[in-house]
Design a protein around this ligand. Structure first.
Ligand code: ZN
Length: 336
């Protein structure tokens, strides 16, 4: 085992003591896309004692361009991302524990998911779940590393409960649905999440080994223009999460999906949405699927799935009774 990590323990920032600390650590990675796969493969190779990976999705061909641990066999075998990640990484390092969990992380289960975690790493694509992580992190005093990447840019920030501002100090609430670009509408090139995922990994290592020099700013990088900015984030005096009000964890802001009785459809409700602009939504969605709309509803078809969206933000996903799938589609194409 000493041989396996010899090049890392030679580095003074880690050393033998740091390596021992990594070996005694439990890391939780929520979301196993481009960011999640980079962080998972790096931390398992670095000798983190236990890595828990949670993701709700299956692997598709358009994931292989940037989600570095998956391959074509995983798609042929129809493996969920969390399971494929666990299988691949166990071959990389059999001396550590790796646990893949297929689940939709939400306010009903997140406190179970974070049990015994020393740090939470964000591999997500939506702010709804990030603000939920933020709540659970502050409540249970578990540090977390925010990260996001899209197009050619991305950003990351460490949230250390009691020491740094939190994500809710930075963004008061979930951005309005339909207005936030996602990888499914704006695209993404691999190097953007690779760099952000690598920065999240190194911050996680520093936090786990107890290094002093952890980053306390919001770091923004554009790989296309090769620019890097550091922004000072101030604690927001009205931040509910910092004052111990965990509104996302309490479920008050949550997106709800309900299978419609007697119909082969699921309704998704989003209490945060006051009014959707079909005009803006059409502009964004017609790049990826078929859109028709009138003043009452918007019909959107993508990948064999059909959704009907209403101006109040409500959506009905047809031909399924799978609530998790419906939430996922909503998060992917409408927003969170
Ligand atoms: Zn805060």
């Amino acid at each position: 085992m000493i041989d396996r990590y010899s090049r890392q323990t030679l580095f003074s920032g880690i050393g033998e003591e740091g390596q021992r600390r990594l070996g005694n650590s439990c890391v939780l990675i929520i979301g196993c896309g481009a960011l999640g796969t980079i962080m998972a493969t790096s931390l398992v190779r670095a000798g983190v004692g236990k890595t828990r990976i949670i993701d709700r999705d299956f692997i598709e061909y358009h994931n292989l361009q940037r989600q570095v641990i998956f391959d074509e066999d995983d798609i042929k075998n129809q493996l969920p991302k969390a399971i494929a990640a666990e299988r691949h990484l166990k071959k990389v390092n059999s001396s550590v524990e790796i646990e893949g969990i297929v689940a939709d992380v939400n306010y009903t289960n997140i406190e179970r998911c974070v049990r015994d975690a020393d740090i939470i790493l964000d591999g997500l694509d939506n702010f709804e779940t990030r603000l939920l992580i933020n709540d659970v992190s502050l409540k249970h005093k578990i540090p977390w590393v925010y990260g996001g990447a899209i197009s050619s840019y991305g950003m990351t920030m460490n949230i250390i409960p009691g020491e740094t501002p939190c994500l809710r100090c930075l963004i008061a609430t979930v951005p309005a649905p339909g207005l936030v670009p996602t990888c499914d509408t704006a695209g993404v090139i691999g190097p953007a999440p690779f760099i952000i995922g690598s920065l999240q990994t190194v911050e996680a290592m520093k936090i786990l080994v107890g290094a002093k020099e952890i980053n306390r700013q919001l770091v923004c990088i554009d790989v296309w223009t090769e620019s890097l900015d550091r922004l000072e984030i101030r604690a927001h005096e009205d931040c509910p999460a910092c004052q111990g009000k965990y509104e996302f964890l309490d479920g008050g802001f949550g997106m709800r999906a309900t299978s419609l009785c007697g119909q082969d459809a699921v309704q998704v409700l989003n209490p945060k949405v006051a009014g959707l602009s079909f005009n803006e939504l059409e502009t964004r969605l017609k790049a990826v699927g078929e859109v028709t709309y009138n003043e009452f509803m918007l019909n959107f078809t993508v990948g064999g799935r059909e959704m009907v969206i209403f101006p109040d933000g409500r959506a009905i996903v047809k031909n399924t009774t799978d609530e998790s799938l419906a939430r996922g589609l909503y998060a992917k194409y409408i927003g969170t």
